[in-house]
Design a protein around this ligand. Structure first.
Ligand SMILES: Cc1ncc(COP(=O)(O)O)c(C=O)c1O
Length: 487
């Protein structure tokens, strides 16, 4: 899906960027030249490569300095050089990795994609690096309108408030919901959810380590997420628990918040009926529905997962981030807050406005979405690769049981560009060892789930061809063999 060097990102007319490009051929030519040179440079990357032994000491020195200044080391010995191509990225030790985690889902166009390079160069012509709420350049408008245009196709969303982290977008969403419900003190969330790491989001998220030592000021009620093994019955169970909550705490919930596909919680999906039943009940009780799409945005079979699930009519607030580069809280007219509730010095960088918009437009134009779109094809090829791997190494794939002992169907999960592999029965120590072995064999991934544990693959869907799973899974297979041999 890599675009050509001459794909324009069309900056809007009212910025210095666009006036310079349209009025000064030397500027336009210079940008073309740089984009072409970067693209030519990136052609040398074809597959994962091991580290250059002569550069390992230098890498370790940099990592030590980084750990010293930060007060703690990095999870992977990863420091990028700024070079790469698509899903391939170069590290300072000279190694090249298949980047299957994309900075946890951020680099949707992969590394050094011409569309992203061009957009960033255009943004570099601006007088400002960071933009803000009090004084903004016009760059903020096109991406805000693009997000609302796409969200409003099937929902009543009409507004977009930009901010610079997913967590802050979530804080804004919660504040909007609290104000709308007259400061209702409780939130309904889902077991194993993740919402970011501000003091409040760390409490909403269902990860014990994230709230360790924090003052617990936010009251949260957790519902069980959908369980494919029990199907419709799991919807009934969640619905019954929801009704109990509504009975126990009448008019005390500011919102129900859910990730349409649980990310950190284990790439868990749920059918429309599960969400619709719960959302209908909440709306009937006057409780706003908030979808946290920070990880799902652009990765399922529609730009918004609520669209893919046919839930648009039930959404009041939606937060996005990661691949959009800017983060945003989107909401309906009815949810509009009073002045003063949301602001902050920064909105985002000029480069984030341009690259985010170019990325979303590239995915929309490039056929990423739909039941037979790019994301769906990437996912189908992932599952086929997992089936082949399981057939070749059955010892690495004992049954995976959830926290109540129900056996998980199959060893692949997720949807679109959220791909889950479940080796070693979901045992934490082995999954962690596998993630490390994968890195050494040339593939960057990350664990997810809270027991059982899984491995998440988040390829850069705008720059990844399904055929590339072949070289990726060659590394995966070597890592599986390593962990089996070490056991
Ligand atoms: C579902 C979800 N919500 C919120 C966040 C927090 O976003 P950020 O890390 O940009 O603050 C994340 C980050 O991983 C996420 O996956």
């Amino acid at each position: 899906m890599q675009g050509s060097a001459r794909v324009a990102t069309r900056p809007q007319d009212w910025t210095r960027t666009s006036s310079l490009i349209s009025s000064d051929p030397a500027v336009a030519d210079a940008i073309d030249t740089i984009v072409a040179r970067v693209e030519a440079d990136s052609q040398s990357f074809a597959d994962a490569e091991p580290a250059d032994p002569s550069r390992i000491a230098e890498r370790d020195g940099l990592l030590e300095r980084f750990a010293a200044i930060r007060g703690r080391g990095a999870f992977f010995p990863y420091l990028g050089t700024g070079r790469g191509r698509g899903a391939l990225v170069e590290l300072v030790d000279g190694s090249v990795k298949w980047d299957m985690i994309s900075g946890i889902g951020v680099y949707m166009l992969g590394h050094a994609h011409p569309v992203a390079v061009r957009a960033a160069l255009e943004a570099g012509l601006s007088d400002l690096c960071m933009q803000g709420n009090l004084q903004t350049n016009a760059d903020a408008l096109p991406i805000s309108e693009l997000l609302v245009r796409e969200a409003s196709r099937t929902s009543a969303i009409r507004h977009c408030f930009i901010t610079n982290s997913g967590c802050m977008a979530n804080e804004n969403a919660l504040k909007i919901c609290q104000q709308k419900t007259g400061a209702a003190p409780r939130v309904i969330a889902f077991r194993d959810c993740f919402m970011g790491r501000s003091t409040t989001m760390a409490q909403l998220g269902d990860g014990p380590a994230y709230r360790q030592g924090l003052v617990l000021s936010q009251q949260v009620d957790y519902l069980p997420f959908h369980d494919h093994a029990t199907g419709a019955r799991s919807t009934e169970v969640a619905l019954r628990q929801l009704h109990e909550l509504l009975h126990r705490y009448p008019r005390q919930h500011s919102c129900i918040v859910v990730e349409p596909v649980q990310g950190e919680g284990g790439f868990k999906t749920a059918p429309r009926e599960f969400f619709a039943a719960l959302f209908d009940a909440c709306r009937a009780a006057g409780i706003p529905v908030w979808l946290d799409e920070i990880q799902t945005f652009g990765r399922t079979e529609a730009l918004f997962a609520f669209d893919w699930l046919g839930l648009g009519s039930l959404v009041d607030v939606c937060t996005v981030g990661k691949m959009s580069q800017v983060c945003a809280c989107l909401y309906t007219e009815a949810m509009a807050p009073k002045p003063g509730l949301m602001s902050g010095t920064f909105t985002a960088s000029t480069s984030a406005f341009h690259v985010g918009r170019a990325t979303v437009e590239h995915l929309l134009a490039g056929g990423a979405f739909g039941a037979d779109g790019g994301n769906a094809r990437i996912h189908a090829a992932f599952r086929a690769a997992v089936d082949r791997l399981v057939a070749r190494h059955p010892a690495a794939f004992p049954p995976v049981r959830d926290s109540v002992g129900t056996e998980q169907a199959g060893f692949a999960g997720g949807v679109g560009g959220m791909c889950r592999l479940s080796p070693f029965g979901g045992e934490k120590s082995k999954v962690d060892a596998f993630v490390k072995a994968l890195f050494e064999e040339g593939v960057m991934t990350f664990a997810c789930g809270h027991g059982p544990y899984h491995v998440r693959f988040m390829p850069p869907v705008g720059a990844f061809d399904p055929s590339e799973w072949l070289p990726v899974f060659a590394c995966v297979e070597r890592a599986i063999v390593r962990v089996i041999s070490a056991a």
